[in-house]
Design a protein around this ligand. Structure first.
Ligand code: FE
Length: 253
């Protein structure tokens, strides 16, 4: 069965990386919650998509240059709002949840990985007792290498459309293999049957990201990719349920 990952706690349903979205996702019939992390100046880890507060909150500033209390004073301007969460607060929200973490290691405002950040994220998840139910993703191969050095949890490479255009899928597969990356995440609109066959033939697994519309969600389900992220988790669950009888039939025949 194709796994569903609620992207940033279901941005189109609950706002971008909001406490309400993460809480709702923790109780849903899906497998993963996707979120992004950034360090604060005073050594805390914040769950937020952008490296700055500017786009999605009532404050401005670069998270990595602010203290955690400065960041947590911001109010998210979408969904039910609320303040950005610390990673440990997200862990507390998921203490009783069956949903596993899909933690994306983000770079800083300059697009470069934060120095020595990955080991701190791994340590924080370990302290919360969540590491064994966490997997990791990143657009940066350097960060994926750092994850492999810090722990043995699953990791996947989010391949940007620009990278896929610059190199073809064969080159992407070659790079993934040379870094022992077992899984690729590709924008749902760029996945084709041929591309999927090529990835699977290479021994790598394939998931999609950005499946937000009915058409995109159905495409990911029909292709039976391993997992897809979606800003509309309730819709994705509904679409998967509609398709389950067909999948069950196929398995029987
Ligand atoms: Fe992300």
């Amino acid at each position: 069965m194709t796994r569903i990952a609620s992207h940033r706690g279901g941005t189109l349903e609950f706002g971008d990386s909001t406490p309400a979205g993460f809480l709702a996702t923790s109780k849903m019939e899906l497998e993963e919650v996707e979120f992004d992390v950034h360090p604060t100046r005073d050594g805390q880890i914040v769950v937020h998509h952008d490296p700055t507060l500017d786009r999605t909150t009532d404050r401005s500033g670069t998270i990595a240059t602010m203290t955690a209390s400065e960041v947590l004073a911001a109010s998210i301007q979408s969904g039910q709002g609320g303040n950005p969460l610390l990673l440990e607060e997200l862990c507390a929200l998921y203490a009783e949840s069956h949903v596993v973490f899909r933690c994306e290691i983000k770079p800083g405002v300059d697009g470069r990985p934060y120095r020595d950040f990955v080991p701190r994220v791994v340590e924080a998840l370990t302290e919360c007792g969540r590491l064994s139910t966490s997997r990791f993703s990143s657009f940066q191969v350097e960060s994926l290498d750092a994850i492999a050095q810090a722990c043995d949890r699953p990791r996947l490479w989010l391949v940007s459309p620009a990278i896929l255009e610059k190199w073809d899928i064969a080159k992407v597969i070659e790079i993934a293999r040379s870094h022992q990356i077992p899984e690729l995440g590709i924008h749902v609109d760029l996945v084709t049957v041929e591309l999927m066959a090529q990835v699977n033939a290479s021994g790598l697994e394939l998931g999609c990201w950005a499946a937000h519309s009915v058409e995109q969600i159905d495409k990911a389900l029909d292709l039976e990719v391993k997992v897809f992220t979606t800003d509309r988790p309730s819709l994705a669950i509904e679409r998967r349920k509609l398709r389950q009888p067909a999948i069950a039939e196929e398995v029987r025949s």
